[in-house]
Design a protein around this ligand. Sequence first.
Ligand code: GTP
Ligand code: ZN
Length: 344
Amino acid sequence: MESANQTLEELGWRPFFSAQVPQTDDSGAEPFRVMAVHRGKIAVAGAGGPLDIQPGFGDGMAAEDHPTVGDWVLVDPATLQITQILQRANLFKRRAPGGDQKTQLIAANVDTLFIVASCNQDFSIPRLERYLILAREVGVHPVIILTKTDLTDTPETFAAAARDLQPGLQVETINGKDPASAASLSDWCGKGQTVALVGSSGVGKSTLVNTLRGSDSIATQDIRKADGTGRHTTTVREMHRLHQGGWLLDTPGMRELQLTDVASGLAVVFADIVEAAERCRFSDCAHRGEPGCAVQAAIADGTLTLARLDRWRALVAEEIYNSASPAERRALDRIAAAAANKRK
Ligand SMILES: Nc1nc2c(ncn2[C@@H]2O[C@H](COP(=O)(O)OP(=O)(O)OP(=O)(O)O)[C@@H](O)[C@H]2O)c(=O)[nH]1
Ligand SMILES: [Zn+2]
């Protein structure tokens, strides 16, 4: 069992969570971390070791009131029931596929989001920007990981372009196949640390995961092959132990997260444009040539590029669309179709 013999601190326990447990609580409920959510049971781990508990907590309540992997919960040792989900430091969720707007929880309490991209023709600033917006929206610390440094003579050019995205942004360049190179990520992968990773197909996420999990990942695979139970297929979401003692939350849902409802993340990543727009003469300025436009002024003096303004416009339009209800979307589709007809 991956989670055997961990102290609470090693599981990621910290003052943010302990402050939520009343000192005078005589219910006897103890903190556990949700390690995996299977179809028929929830695997948790606490100071006394791992435990399987029955699902059911939160039934009939909103999606957010259900436990998800990474959560800290209080469990009554007598009944083995969850009595409370502690307030989350952050929560990754998405709209369930299909038009019914249902929310699916992906992961909770992630310390660091690795945004993975590669140093080659796939490197894309707009794509990195989208993941950064997601990180800011969720409130998780982002670190940009640029893989495949061994395939380029100029990894620093890629790193510099990424660092330009936001002041103070952490950017690491690595060869994901080389454990010594990936060791530069230790700060975020040590005991008690929880990481998750996103990035498009082929950038080297699986490779990096295998390197970070080290012998554990090989051991786990071998066990799964040997017992042939196929239990992996019944696991919905799971925390994986990293070689350096941290935890990785890695699921397809996590890797493929899309932007939805990220208005505040957008405002943080494009704070320069938002701040300039506040200085425009007209409060409804479209920044398309109006007099007294501070955004156009920023472009003129070189502090803002037109390309960045265009990316912001496209993301704002997308955010409006994605956050709209199905009826609003149909209206937006009609407006777009009418505009396209006019241009013809
Ligand atoms: N040279 C080199 N190759 C790498 C590196 N990282 C990954 N690769 C290779 O790139 C290819 C894609 O890597 P994956 O780890 O499968 O990429 P992924 O992001 O998991 O892709 P998906 O599973 O499609 O999401 C594989 O052939 C890897 O061996 C690296 O740092 N250097
Ligand atoms: Zn303006």
